[in-house]
Write a protein that binds this ligand. Structure first.
Ligand code: ME8
Length: 521
């Protein structure tokens, strides 16, 4: 056993760390649920997974929010980080560490990366003047801003207000990394996905990079610059470093670091692509640290196609949605409905539709009908199949082939395609069940027909078993319930080839995916 665990391949996956300046919203929940599905998939596939998420508590935005609420910023950070962590737990997000950038080890990691970049000659002091967006925690050049009719200036890309800033700042020589970054994108096309995002970043970097201001002096809520405590690090410098903190940096000789770094994939949303695919690899190159293998950029989630915002009042509390529809229902909806990497939308109708058609009709009914028949007609035991027909074989082979298909799609972060393939097989299984009509075979009652009924039920349960194992990453609770109903303890992907043992005792069936019925007004 120990020999095997020593050989277990490692997999390090992260989410972005959220600004806890307000309550978590559906966009956050979407990122955590999707990353969780990827992490769970790898664990079930035999990997030693380290999955990290957390909060990004420094910066001017946090300090301003705290001031507006009249609470100390440490208090705001701790209180809201707790809310994020509690939401993750309520969403069944199986993180291994919930990092907060106020954690003690994070300070050491941030200081260490700074010192490495400094030692490499990439940090210098200069006067900065330009436009800063507190909302985006980003610097913009004049050309990247627009003056509105009312006299306010905003970032053209994000439409957030910018203010004129003049400070003596430390700068990072980002301009020196243009060629190295372009070479990275060229030689490692998988580094940025989807490809549309890579193309955008390649154009952006080709247009030329300016040095980046990486410290601030006008406020003090951040990691102090080593040797210059009047400066705090620009929030993105310490925020990105969280990915290293989690694996034990600066102790690069530690078992943890050697095992899990470089990260296999950083999952982020589309508004922070530049930070992760331009600044982050440049910082790491400067610090002489290996680069993460991949940054996967998911799209934005919209409420009925509209941006979620306080002003339109359409911000949905993820936990409220879960209490209306059920956790696994919401998790499934988000991962099945939206092509991962593209924007997506949710609405009550769309969620209810997925629940009733995909979960209730296609999956829940099949489980319920087959298990009820087995319960009544096969002594509540997995039936003993007779010889398989060509159709039986074809269906069983198809189900067994789903693992490879799902693995390919999950490795490319295309969970919607994996689920699509699984549901095609469920559709096929429903047709098989109807065409073979085990209830009619039972009614006929001849020995031959009863034997055939047992075979049809066995084949159906076997497909249900494989599907339940494969959908665990997406719907951990419901899949576990189905595997309980099948009397199965063996639930990893390595267990897929071991078929159901005839004679296994089965508990009384219970419905797993009830239909969603709109509550009466
Ligand atoms: O950007 N739909 O934090 P954040 C989908 N602290 N995803 C969304 C979204 C939406 N409507 N709105 C936001 C930050 N996100 C930084 C990250 S990482 C070193 C520092 C995503 O709270 C967003 O793209 O603004 C990001 O990946 C995550 O939620 C946290 O956003």
């Amino acid at each position: 056993m120990s020999e095997r665990s020593e050989q277990q391949p490692a997999f390090y996956i992260t989410t972005a760390i959220a600004y806890p300046n307000g309550a978590p919203h559906m966009g956050h929940a979407y990122e955590y649920i999707s990353t969780d599905a990827l992490a769970r998939f790898k664990r079930l596939d035999g990997y030693d997974v380290f999955f990290m998420t957390g909060t990004d508590v420094h910066g001017q935005k946090m300090q301003q929010t705290a001031a507006a609420e009249g609470v100390p910023v440490q208090e705001l950070a701790a209180r809201n980080s707790d809310v994020f962590e509690a939401m993750d737990k309520a969403l069944d997000v199986s993180f291994d560490r919930f990092i907060r950038t106020t954690d003690e080890d994070h300070k050491a990691a941030s200081v260490a990366i700074w010192e490495r970049m400094l030692a490499n000659g990439d940090i210098y002091l200069d006067n900065y003047s330009g436009w800063y967006s507190v909302r985006d925690e980003a610097f913009y050049t004049e050309e990247e801003t627009t003056l509105l009719d009312d006299g306010t200036r905003v970032s053209t890309e994000t439409q957030t207000p910018v203010t004129w800033t003049e400070e003596s700042n430390y700068f990072f020589k980002l301009s020196q990394y243009q060629d190295k970054l372009l070479e990275l994108y060229e030689t490692h096309p998988e580094f940025i996905a989807p490809a549309t995002r890579r193309n955008e970043i390649v154009s952006y970097v080709k247009a030329g990079l300016k040095d980046l201001s990486i410290s601030r002096t006008t406020f003090d809520w951040g990691v102090p610059v080593p040797g210059h405590p009047d400066h705090v690090m620009y929030v993105w410098v310490d925020a990105l470093t969280n990915y290293l903190t989690g694996v034990g940096f600066p102790d690069t000789d530690s078992e943890r670091f050697r095992k899990f770094w470089p990260a296999n994939v950083h999952i982020i949303g589309k508004d922070i692509t530049r930070f992760h695919t331009v600044y982050w690899p440049a910082f790491l190159m400067s610090a002489g640290i290996e680069l993460p293998e991949r940054v996967f950029v998911h799209g934005f989630l919209y409420n009925k196609g509209e941006k979620m915002s306080k002003s339109t009042g359409n911000i949905v509390d993820p936990l409220e949605l879960v209490s209306t529809y059920g956790l696994d229902q919401v998790r499934f909806f988000l991962l099945r409905e939206i092509s991962y990497g593209q924007d997506g939308s949710y609405s009550n109708e769309a969620i209810a539709g997925r629940i009733n058609s995909d979960l209730s009709n296609e999956f829940g009914n099949l489980v319920q009908r087959s298990l009820t028949m087995v319960n009544k007609n096969c002594d509540a035991k997995v039936p003993t199949p007779g010889e398989f027909t060509a159709d039986d074989r074809a269906l069983l082979d198809r189900a067994a082939g789903l693992l490879d298909k799902c693995r390919t799609e999950f490795d490319a972060q295309q969970m919607h395609l994996a689920l699509g393939a699984v549901w095609l097989t469920l559709g096929e299984t429903n047709r098989y069940f109807s065409a073979n009509a085990p209830w009619a075979l039972r009614k006929s009652g001849t020995e031959e027909d009863l034997a055939r009924m047992a075979t049809v039920l066995y084949v159906t349960l076997e497909v249900v078993r494989i599907v339940a194992i494969l959908v665990q990453p997406v719907m951990p609770g419901s899949a576990a319930k189905i595997l309980d109903l099948l009397g199965q303890e063996a639930r990893t992907f390595a267990d897929i080839p071991t078929p159901l043992a005839p004679g296994t005792d089965l508990p009384a069936p219970e419905p797993v995916f009830p239909r969603y019925v709109e509550p009466k007004e």
